[in-house]
Design a protein around this ligand. Structure first.
Ligand SMILES: [Zn+2]
Length: 170
């Protein structure tokens, strides 16, 4: 089943990747056939939103959730997304419980649902945060060969797409 919120958030991704991510998300939806669906909890984050997140656990109460400030995350350029599984706990067709469990086979096909998503994204050449030393299992990104420093410099220099003035020209 497709999640409308995710479809909307995919439209916020870098224009170069939108069609690919949509296709990838369709594959994910076809693969998860049980009581879990996949939602993209974050795609694009503005610099301001990133700075607010960075403040958590530092200048604001809460747990530290990111090591990146505004302009230091691929999310800021529409080149990353985070996932969460939504569970239909009571079997009523309402997928309303968020789950970050990576080791549950909700659809009973022998593969943990989280890793079904990972496998599909990797097929499309996306990098998974779960492979990093400081593991970030919900996170996926496609750098298109550019560092965040380079991308931030492009944005600062006004080298952005003409329509939205948001995404770096890459
Ligand atoms: Zn992320």
């Amino acid at each position: 089943m497709k999640d409308q919120i995710t479809l909307n958030r995919i439209q916020l991704m870098h224009p170069k990747l939108r069609a690919e991510v949509l296709e990838m998300y369709n594959q994910i939806c076809l693969a998860l056939t049980g009581k879990a669906i996949c939602r993209f909890s974050y795609t694009l984050r503005t610099y301001k939103e990133q700075d607010d997140l960075y403040a958590l656990g530092r200048t604001k109460p809460g747990k530290i959730v990111t090591h990146a400030r505004g302009g230091q995350s691929y999310h800021n350029f529409g080149l990353a997304f985070d996932i969460v599984l939504l569970i239909d706990e009571k079997g009523t067709g309402k997928f309303n419980k968020a789950s970050w469990q990576t080791n549950v086979d909700f659809d009973g096909d022998g593969i943990h649902d989280w890793f079904e998503v990972v496998r599909i994204c990797k097929l499309y050449g996306w990098e998974w945060g779960g492979d990093w030393k400081f593991s970030d299992k919900p996170h996926f990104q496609k750098t298109l060969g550019h560092s965040v420093v380079k991308l931030a410099a492009l944005v600062k220099a006004g080298r952005v797409d003409a329509k939205t003035k948001t995404y770096p020209k890459v």
